[in-house]
Ligand binder design. Sequence first.
Ligand SMILES: [Zn+2]
Length: 363
Amino acid sequence: MKKYTTSRIFIVSFLILIAGLPKAVSAQANEVSIAAVGDINLGGRVQNFIRQKGLFYPIARLKPLLTSTDITFGNLECALSSRGQPVAGKEFTFCGQPENVKTLKAGGFDIVSVANNHSKDFGETAFLDTLETLEASRVRFVGGGKNLQAAVNPVIIKKSGLNIAFLAFSGILPYGWSATDIKPGVASLRNATLVKEKIRVAKSKADLVIVSLHWGVELQSQPLKEQKELARQLIDVGATAIIGHHPHVLQPIEVYKNGLIAYSLGNFIFTPGSPAGSKSALLHLKLDKYGLSSFKVWPVKITSAQPAVASGKTAQEIRSFLRKQFNLEPGRLNSTGEALSFYTFRYQKKTVFKKLARSYFIF
Ligand SMILES: [Zn+2]
């Protein structure tokens, strides 16, 4: 009897002990990987390249990096339709053929943002055609829809046992482009209170929230002070990563609390109007349910509408620009031993406890 009591005390004590341990320490958190890029234009002069060189030409050189992650995201900066006319009074209007959606499919794009200042370039019918084309090809879209609710609701993708919510807003919007209760259109960034509320709601439904923002000043290499403040506030209310674009040039990438802010990833599939616009980046994020685990930035150069991993002087320039923002360490060769040059910003929690306390260190 005594023996039985002793072992029972031992078992109970043991159960109390393991129950008292934080769950996160005993189990490795699931991770999801996301590839993110900036502006994708499949109309305008890119359409000419596609006509000459084929639908797969724009993604031919980066396909392995785009398709190696669980989720691939980009900003679709054009309409895809065979109908409509360029809207009056707009200097640049982009609309590609519906079949160009195959370029996105071949690039592994799971989801694109349509919250930008080009998705309605050929009018409302072409905008709705774009959404239908994406839907029919099973490329999810976010930041636009048949009405306001559809435009501002999150798209939730489940991968690796995690629910990842995507939201997208545009701060650059021609008059009348915003979705309303009865009108198709895109989600506006102008009402910051609504944006924060949507992030809070998304965070209550999902483990991670990725927010795409089409914003900033064209051709500026730094974000505005107001952008920095807003981006950090959005992380404070539940965003895990802010993926910015529109300036057509690369801007800093920053780690804030458990999240990441890429102010502008620049162009991706585009015919840049300046040498600075041909420098870009491809971002690989690794996230677990606590937020950012690690990330890599691949320097990219766009030549004749085709992005590729940058080399030589261009790669050096992109690296030194990003290095100014952070103590960026040169990356190691990847696991397959390819001599690709890239940077690794690698942040890792000292322990899960530390990460919960929002503390990182760099190794
Ligand atoms: Zn734009």
